[in-house]
Design a protein around this ligand. Structure first.
Ligand SMILES: [Zn+2]
Length: 210
């Protein structure tokens, strides 16, 4: 099964429509009919994912003129897997948008709407949850020394936040100072000094410890 990188406007409308069907947590005969009608009226949806997969399932379901219980279950599970995949794609898009729109002059950590799980360096069975929207981490360093700082301030940057920023970056680019900060944390396996002072020079953010 192919997973698209982006979703067209038509397919987004289809995904939105599917969400209205699953809102009550249950898929009925009527929902299946409504979906069939929607696909009939919007045939251009059926060329791309997820319309192609839904159209073939719906035509199978209605092939014998009636809808069986197991077919509704199949449809419900298909809708569930489409929603999961769509969530991942939308999330990727949001990450890319947040990184691209991040201003290098702000001298704060970028706010990226995603939660990343990072394995502990000392105990591979343990992992920490990093919320990059506010730069928070579930480690003791963060709770002990960093949580009282403003969301996204540099003082919040424990090493796991740097690792998480590295992990989600993929082929996107951070401003140079932020990339240097991340590399330094990864290299030293330490977070940024929580007492760091931030300063702005003309083109970027510069750091000094007090
Ligand atoms: Zn941490």
């Amino acid at each position: 099964m192919r997973t698209p990188e982006t979703i067209s406007l038509k397919s987004r409308q289809l995904i939105d429509f599917c969400r209205t069907l699953t809102l009550d947590g249950d898929i009925s005969d009527e929902d299946a009919w409504e979906l069939g009608n929607f696909l009939n009226e919007n045939r251009e949806c059926c060329d791309d994912w997820p319309g192609d997969e839904l159209a073939s399932l719906i035509s199978k379901i209605f092939a014998n003129g009636s809808v069986a219980e197991y077919e509704l279950k199949q449809l419900a599970s298909k809708l569930g897997s489409i929603e999961k995949k769509a969530f991942k794609i939308f999330n990727k898009e949001q990450i890319a948008e947040s990184i691209e729109s991040f201003s290098p002059y702000d001298c704060i950590l970028p706010s990226i709407p995603t939660v990343v799980s990072i394995k502990s360096d000392s105990n591979p069975d343990e992992s920490y949850s990093v919320d990059l929207s506010v730069s928070s981490c579930s480690c003791s360093d963060w709770y002990g020394a960093r949580r009282h700082f403003q969301p996204n301030s540099l003082n919040r940057c424990c090493k796991h936040i740097a690792y998480a920023l590295h992990k989600i970056k993929k082929d996107l680019e951070y401003p140079e100072w932020l990339q240097r900060l991340i590399d330094e944390c990864r290299h030293s396996k330490k977070g940024l000094n929580p007492k760091v002072r931030r300063g702005l020079c003309r083109s970027s953010c510069s750091l000094s410890s007090s």
